[in-house]
Design a protein around this ligand. Sequence first.
Ligand code: RTP
Ligand code: MG
Length: 192
Amino acid sequence: MRQKRAEEAEAAEAVKRAKAGSSAGSGGRGRRSRKRGAGKGEVRKERTKRDGGVEMAKERTFLMIKPEAVERGHVGEIIARFERCGFRLVALRMEKLSREKAEKQYEEHRGKDFFESLVSYICSAPVVLFVVEGENAISAARKMVGATDPKKAAKGTIRADFGIDVQRNAIHAADSPEKAEREIKIHFGELL
Ligand code: RTP
Ligand code: MG
């Protein structure tokens, strides 16, 4: 249990780095406050340096808890990880996907040798679809999810903790702003 917490803390650290010191939700807002004794000019400099001169964007990303993780009862813990990392849940639904929706979701893989098996697997039992919002949500979520193969995924990531094999790897996360927008539209339409 203690080991699990340590691994989770490691993943949370990676997420913090992905957010480059910026807060996703309400937590961490205070860190932008001025250091004791620092003049106004110094505060501006520190802020520019920490953000690397890049505007931190509030993003939404799409995630899907895959059938085996739903079946094995990991939904609550997976969603809690996003909330603990400061992301806000903005949409959530459990659904047994139609073949049409699953094919649309994984359109980019059409023609690959694992496509048929992937689509059948995704449609085999209910999945949990959800959208979270926060700063750098897309890349931070990918870091929390980990590598495609759970055996190669970093310690403390969702796939390392809950995945079984390359296909049954617990969760999907959109990998770019374009994909996030596309996938949110597929599953939540114009709701968001
Ligand atoms: P995802 O899209 O689900 O978040 O996963 P990913 O970006 O890490 O990996 P991707 O290459 O997009 O693959 C999509 C999903 O297809 C299954 N897969 N099976 N060699 C195989 O048998 C194989 N390769 C990929 C996995 O379920 C993977 O998550
Ligand atoms: Mg992918």
